[in-house]
Design a protein around this ligand. Structure first.
Ligand code: ARG
Length: 456
């Protein structure tokens, strides 16, 4: 395929260099956006009297025929083309003749590629948000199912205080809700049209950039033409949102792996989302969760990649910027795949109430409640804390638990102890006393579930 730029340059590029320069193998996925952008451009050119309405109609028909043929498979994208913009423009001219050569009036590939990528990411953002919503829905259903299932809550991976499994799961629902907000916010800045910035300086033609932006369903135009063609903030921002989302998925995945281990046995992932071992028959491996965790490295890599590509670039367009596409495509593809596998994996997982409860019954997880008990009886909290620390030490030494300690033994540590202490340190009671907003009590978790459902 030819070059769009055989002006001063002969276009006789070394074959290896030509392959190196070509982006069509990956930017071909922008064909729809490129055609949509070109149709709007033809319309604007006619609207402004730069080309005739008849020419615009010929261009539009030609572009639509190309779109239809790519979709149906009748037209194969030529991998020897320099990029998707070249391929479509050359195909158009081959189909409609000389009129095809008018399309590129008052634009450059620099603003064209920026537009295509914005149109692409606008769609991707919507898709990703929908997929996050599906996961939040699955998490919320699970949380409701297990809103009364007691389990240990951890800090430093040490048993800390009793919580419910539903409460723990809802923590992820809120992280994901913020991810949705971040993508929505990012979409505001994606939704701006750079077309008409041309190579970098604008154009001498009497164009109407606002008209073209409106045709494309974008909310406005970039206000500085140099910025319009140089800006890839929106790419970095999209990948950044993706990396944070992926980081949340990774933490969740890590917990699923941990909880599925024999050491925990808090959850059982469905056979549909685990694999066996080819040699150890007892194994059920949480490959999908591990892969989600592993793929997080790619997305963080994509973020590092785009920031590094951009950091030293002088204004305006530089070919380095062609490297943005594989990074952002990879980030978008990866989060979508991870979300697709995560939502049903959560929906189908089962938690083991008994194992979680057993784990919560060990490790003096109700020691804070014991201290609170004394504090409510009149002891200052710091002193209660110290007394309870001594009690725990006594229990460990004498192989007892807070539940099996006799009242006489309790009284040796403080005369404030009474028979009602046993009720106060009952694990389920410990959970359900935490009715503070956002807390672990069933009633609080129900409110959290309701909040998330309203937000969705
Ligand atoms: N394939 C190029 C890219 O992705 C398109 C823009 C080319 N512009 C140029 N001045 N060579 O960035």
């Amino acid at each position: 395929m030819g070059k769009l730029w055989q002006g001063l340059s002969s276009g006789n590029v070394n074959k290896t260099a030509d392959d190196f320069n070509s982006s069509v193998s990956f930017d071909k996925r922008l064909y729809k956006q490129d055609i949509t952008g070109s149709i709007a451009h033809a319309k604007m050119l006619a609207h402004c009297g730069i080309i005739s309405e008849d020419d615009a109609a010929v261009l539009t028909d030609g572009l639509i025929s190309i779109l239809n043929d790519i979709v149906s498979g009748a037209l194969e994208i030529d991998e020897t083309a320099e990029d998707i913009h070249t391929f479509i423009e050359e195909t158009l001219t081959a189909r409609v003749g000389i009129v095809g050569k008018k399309l590129h009036t008052a634009r450059s590939r620099n603003d064209q590629v920026a537009l295509d990528l914005r149109l692409y990411l606008k769609e991707e953002t919507k898709t990703v948000i929908d997929k996050i919503k599906a996961l939040v829905t699955a998490v919320t259903f699970k949380a409701e199912e297990y809103k009364d299932a007691v389990c240990p809550g951890y800090t430093h991976l040490q048993r800390a205080q009793p919580i419910t499994f539903g409460h723990h799961l809802m923590a992820y629902a809120f992280m994901l809700l913020r991810d949705i907000e971040r993508f929505k916010d990012c979409a505001k800045r994606i939704n701006v049209s750079p077309i008409g910035c041309c190579a970098l300086a604008g154009t001498t033609y009497n164009t109407d950039r606002e008209f073209e932006a409106k045709e494309l369903g974008l909310s406005g135009i970039t206000q500085n033409s140099i910025d319009g063609v140089s800006d890839r903030d929106f790419v970095a921002e999209f990948i950044s949102c993706a990396a944070l989302l992926q980081t949340h998925l990774s933490r969740f995945a890590e917990e699923l792996v941990l909880w599925s281990s024999w050491e925990f046995k808090f959850v059982e992932l469905s056979d549909a989302f685990t694999t066996g071992s080819s040699i150890m028959p007892q194994k059920k491996n949480s490959d999908m969760a591990e892969l989600v965790r592993g793929k997080t490295g790619r997305v963080i890599g994509d973020l590092t990649g785009i920031l590094t590509v951009l950091k030293g670039l002088p204004l305006a367009y530089n070919k380095d910027m062609q490297e943005d596409k594989e990074l952002v495509f990879d980030a978008a593809d990866t989060v979508k795949k991870c979300l697709d596998v995560f939502a049903p994996m959560v929906a189908e997982m089962k938690a083991n109430r008994q194992n979680m409860k057993n784990a919560a019954a060990k490790g003096f997880i109700n020691a804070t409640d014991l201290a609170d008990y004394l504090t409510k009886k009149g002891e200052p909290f710091r002193s209660s804390y110290k007394i309870c620390g001594e009690i725990v030490g006594y229990c460990i030494k004498n192989e007892k638990t807070l539940e099996t300690l006799t009242l006489d033994e309790y009284k040796k540590f403080s005369s404030l102890f009474d028979n009602d202490v046993y009720k106060d340190i009952d694990i389920m009671n410990c959970v359900n006393k935490r009715i503070s907003a956002g807390g672990t009590a069933i009633s609080s978790v129900e409110k959290q579930i309701e909040y998330v459902r309203n937000e969705l």
